[in-house]
Design a protein around this ligand. Structure first.
Ligand code: PEP
Ligand code: MN
Length: 339
């Protein structure tokens, strides 16, 4: 049996008291807190809750204790968790300043909570557009200043982290290709900023949660898990959105889990269907690519929505979400918030 101590609680006094009561117990540091392993005792699990320092009694130590026991607040702009879906929207790559600024203002007016946009792109081909780098970060910072929208931007190398900090990036995105780049995860976490962690298309749930554990262990205050489609035998879409993962993940963690229908679909025509499916299955939010002129996009041109398409999608998706919750259909999220 394991006792998770509250944040800031020191184990020494409790160890002494328990040992005096004849309980055989050992303390283990887990990130910033402590867990006590109870080896032998005559107590029922509830009895340990009598001690003020004990937050929770856990039967088995989970493989990802910080992810499994995380309880905290998720702040993304004006979003109120549990009330409406979280919306993170913006272009695949930042390409033109004027377009980005006008898009940011329109997205803000539409009730989007955070702006996304790639500065350094992780491209399959070394000949493909790699992003505008620092210039893109400058324009994103300007977009944040005029719109008030927090920024969610992918980090591809630890070399860029100081720059991300300097430009005021609010949420660091770890892309699908880097989910299991464990040394990068540690560096990213050391900035102590929230992280949006995409699922590697090959990763099992446990591997994804262990990647999140790296981030929490090394300093990230919270992690948003983002399902963006996995590799299956079928390639009629770019990837297969794993809609079952939202309710399964909710059984293991209270961290938010969102969907990226854009990269799963690969074509704009299917983005709406995947958005509705994800929200119905318990996703708490949607990360979606929106471009002022998708025909001229320098990356992911086939899947990006125009602003008009996005506005129509958001309206329908928000009302679907409201209906699901008033009818009590979207149970996974509900039960997670009640835990
Ligand atoms: C992106 O969000 O632009 C991106 C590259 O996504 P992924 O890492 O899921 O491929
Ligand atoms: Mn993209």
């Amino acid at each position: 049996m394991w006792l998770l101590l509250k944040q800031g609680a020191e184990p020494a006094g409790l160890l002494e008291e328990l040992q005096a009561e004849g309980v055989s117990v050992q303390a283990h540091p887990i990130g910033q807190r402590w867990m006590l392993e109870v080896i032998e005792n005559g107590y029922t699990p509830e009895a340990f809750l009598r001690w003020e320092e004990v937050e929770r009694v856990i039967a088995e130590k989970p493989a990802f204790p910080l992810v499994a026991t995380w309880q905290g607040t998720v702040n993304v702009g004006s979003w109120r968790r549990g009330e409406a879906p979280l919306w993170i929207a913006g272009p695949c790559s930042v390409e033109r300043k004027a377009d980005l600024l006008s898009l940011a203002l329109s997205l803000r007016r539409a009730g989007v909570h955070a702006l996304r946009g790639g500065a350094y792109k992780a491209r399959t081909s070394p000949y493909a557009f790699q992003g505008l780098g620092e210039e893109a970060l400058d324009w994103l910072a300007e977009a944040k200043a005029i719109s008030g929208l927090p920024l969610c931007v992918e980090v591809v190398s630890e070399k860029h982290l100081a720059l991300y900090q300097k430009k005021g990036i609010d949420i660091l995105q770890v892309g699908a290709r880097n989910m299991d780049n464990y040394w990068l995860l540690q560096e990213v976490a050391s900035l102590r900023l929230p992280v949006l962690l995409k699922r590697n298309p090959q990763a099992r749930l446990e591997e994804w949660l262990l990647a999140a554990e790296y981030l929490l262990l090394h300093g990230a205050p919270w992690v948003m898990l983002c399902e963006r489609g996995i590799r299956t035998f079928d390639y009629s879409l770019r990837y297969t959105l794993d809609v079952g993962i939202f309710s399964v993940a909710a059984q293991h963690t209270a961290l938010p889990v969102v969907a990226d229908p854009s990269h799963a679909a690969g074509r704009w025509q299917h983005v709406a269907a995947l958005t509705y499916a994800a929200l119905a299955a318990g996703a708490e939010g949607i990360l979606v690519e929106v471009h002022t002129e998708p025909f001229h996009a320098r990356s992911d041109a086939a899947q990006q929505l125009t602003l008009e398409q996005f506005l129509a999608l958001k309206e329908k998706a928000d009302s679907l979400h409201a209906n699901l919750h008033s009818g009590g259909v979207a149970q996974p999220l509900q039960s997670r918030l009640e835990q």
